[in-house]
Design a binder for this molecule. Structure first.
Ligand code: SF4
Length: 463
């Protein structure tokens, strides 16, 4: 995880910068409009956070209830502790059913497990069918956003890619490009032996898995192949369908700025007698892969996440560098918390610091996850585990000592404010900051006017 190096590269990438402007449209403006339309937005948000907290506090109970009900309706439930176990289970299911080709709808958990690579190594062809994921599979790139995986690409780049891979005349109209992808994918839906999906939620009372999509590919993946495998994190369980209805008031508005998504597909059990479609075999893989480490600890609120993507859409850092800079499956503020937890804090040192702490993410998160607070807790762990350079630790130790001695803190900040005002000179701009080059590498730092906040406050109070 070399966030700093990658971020600098991404800032210089003009195509990426143009592509990222798309975030402001449907995602940011759309969410704001949908939220304005809801009279009782804060009440729904409170209810959604309470549903997620309740499910997490009784995770064992609801997961077992889900398993009982799913098995009763003909599903097979697998429990996977690690990403390796997930790939082993799915490859084994494919082998047992003689599967040579699998079609997939979008699943971030499968990205966590590098499932495509494992299936391909086992000799199984994998075809991504979500349009964005399909484009990325052709380009051999990872997703850069959890809802809009291909947001980093421009239309021209997709036109070039389709021309090269499909060997058809170049098209530039988005409708025509989509039709072309649909034509390429249709035969795969009909010939695949296995459909693989994620799950936005799993419902304990009915034993169902549920996916929310806009393209309809999810319905083909869950109904056409003989075998359906749903892979999902254990934290996605909710007690009832009524709870899903509450969460769905928030997911589409925060994900894509829609009131409701085009498709909400609830899959319960296998194809019944007289059913025209549906899988003959339905497997659900419940994945831990680091999630239980969070239960009962300071970071548990992160498991409330419903993967809407609003935190990254509103994050000034994500808006500037895109998702690939974060180096793993989950980008943006939620990734800055999840990645260090899932792959180890020592492997993702930059990420808890890849934020301005403006708290836009915390403000927009529909299930009220205090993302900056969680990043701060990870920073504390970095400090306590001595994972940061000694210079940084020494600076923080000094600063915390000064902060506990108000008179000394006031003296240091007075000297600092005067010195910065002097460096800023007549035009009040600092071009190069000694010992703080990172602040001035890309822009001039406005210098303070030479007075500290305390001095200004004292003067204002006297007046
Ligand atoms: S942390 Fe909140 S805003 Fe970000 S993806 Fe999860 S639910 Fe959405």
């Amino acid at each position: 995880m070399h966030f700093k190096t990658r971020a600098s590269e991404k800032l210089r990438d003009a195509k990426l910068q143009a592509a990222l402007k798309k975030l402001q449209g449907n995602f940011v403006r759309g969410r704001a409009e949908r939220v304005r339309e809801m009279d009782n937005f804060e009440a729904i948000r409170d209810a959604a956070a309470a549903i997620r907290d309740h499910a997490l506090e009784h995770l064992d109970v609801y997961l077992e209830e889900f398993e009982r009900n799913a098995v009763e309706r003909g599903a097979v439930v697998h429990w996977a502790e690690t990403p390796e176990e997930v790939t082993r289970i799915v490859c084994e299911i494919a082998r047992r059913h003689g599967v040579r080709k699998a079609v997939k709808s979008k699943s971030m958990v499968s990205e966590e497990c590098a499932l495509n690579e494992a299936l391909e190594a086992a000799g199984i062809e994998v075809v991504e069918t979500d349009l964005g994921e399909y484009i990325l599979q052709l380009a051999r790139e990872p997703p850069s956003h959890i809802v809009a995986p291909v947001v980093h690409k421009t239309r021209d780049e997709v036109s070039d890619l389709f021309e090269e891979k499909h060997h058809r005349p170049r098209k530039t109209d988005i409708g025509e490009l989509t039709r072309e992808a649909r034509e390429m994918l249709r035969s795969h839906f009909l010939s695949a032996g296995m459909g693989i999906t994620g799950a936005n939620f799993v419902v304990a009372e009915t034993g169902s898995t549920l996916i929310v999509t806009n393209e309809g590919n999810g319905r083909m993946v869950t109904t056409l192949p003989r075998v359906h495998v749903a892979i999902t994190g254990i934290e996605k369980v909710v007690p009832t369908l009524e709870d899903v209805a509450t969460l769905m008031r928030l997911l589409p508005p925060h994900g894509t700025g829609q009131t409701i998504s085009n498709y909400i597909s609830v899959t319960t059990g296998v194809k019944g007698e007289g059913d025209r479609d549906g899988p003959e075999h339905f497997h659900v893989v419940l994945v831990d892969a680091g999630r239980t480490k969070l239960i009962g600890g300071d970071l548990q609120p992160m498991l409330r996440c419903i993967r809407c993507g609003a935190c990254m859409n509103h994050c000034p850092v994500y808006q500037s560098v895109g998702g690939h800079a974060y180096g793993w499956v989950y980008p943006g503020p939620m990734g800055s918390v999840l990645t260090p937890i899932y792959i180890g804090l020592e492997n993702a040192l930059d990420l808890p610091n890849a934020a301005t702490f403006c708290n836009q993410c915390g403000v927009v998160c529909p299930v009220k996850i205090p993302l900056p607070d969680l990043m701060r807790k990870l920073r504390e762990q970095q400090f306590e585990r001595k994972l940061k350079p000694w210079t940084e630790r020494a600076g923080l130790t000094l600063w915390s000592w000064a902060a506990r001695h108000p008179a000394i803190y006031a003296m240091i900040s007075t000297i600092g404010a005067r010195a910065l005002a002097w460096i800023g000179g007549k035009n009040g701009l600092i071009h190069r900051l000694p010992f703080g080059g990172g602040w001035t590498d890309g822009r001039d730092l406005p210098a303070p006017h030479g007075r500290t906040f305390r001095e200004l406050h004292r003067r204002a109070t006297r007046r």
